[in-house]
Write a protein that binds this ligand. Structure first.
Ligand code: HEC
Length: 119
């Protein structure tokens, strides 16, 4: 009788574990990869909003910390290679408070690799 009880218990725990595993996989699929679309990246729709939100507190003339201005397409394009490096943490992470989301990193990367178009 005891043996049966323990095997039922073991089976039930296994079921719970495997259910959790499935649930986790689904979550990664839903919120990770699936929602980050890096095709047809646009400067005005995808890149500029990230720069505005995460960089312009400093990268404007007279900003919170002295750094090169990145307020318009020309300025951002001139720094595009450096921007890609810095949002990936190469040469010091930007913004200094910690990285932007992985999806926004991927979008900036896609834009720079496409030749940093003004689209
Ligand atoms: C809190 C202020 C602050 C924020 C926010 C910030 N930066 Fe900077 N950034 C600096 C400072 C100060 C420097 C110059 C020192 C250095 O290179 O680390 C700099 C340097 C840089 C450089 C090298 C060129 C230069 O200006 O000397 C790049 C490229 C850059 N930042 C990109 C970004 C990007 C992209 C963001 C937003 C995702 C960002 N930064 C957000 C303060 C900031």
């Amino acid at each position: 009788m005891k043996k049966l009880f323990f095997s039922v218990l073991a089976f039930a725990s296994l079921m719970m574990l495997s259910q959790n595993a499935c649930y986790y996989d689904n979550e990664v699929e839903q919120y990770g990869v699936a929602t980050c679309d890096t095709t047809n990246i646009s400067f005005s729709q995808d890149v500029l909003p990230v720069i505005n939100a995460s960089c312009l507190s400093c990268h404007v003339p007279g900003g919170q910390q002295e750094s090169s201005p990145m307020t318009n397409y020309e300025e951002i394009k001139n720094y595009s290679d450096a921007i890609l490096e810095r949002v990936n943490g190469i040469g010091g992470i930007m913004p200094p408070t910690g990285p932007i989301s992985e999806c926004n990193q991927s979008k900036i990367e896609a834009w720079v690799r496409a030749g940093a178009p003004n689209n």
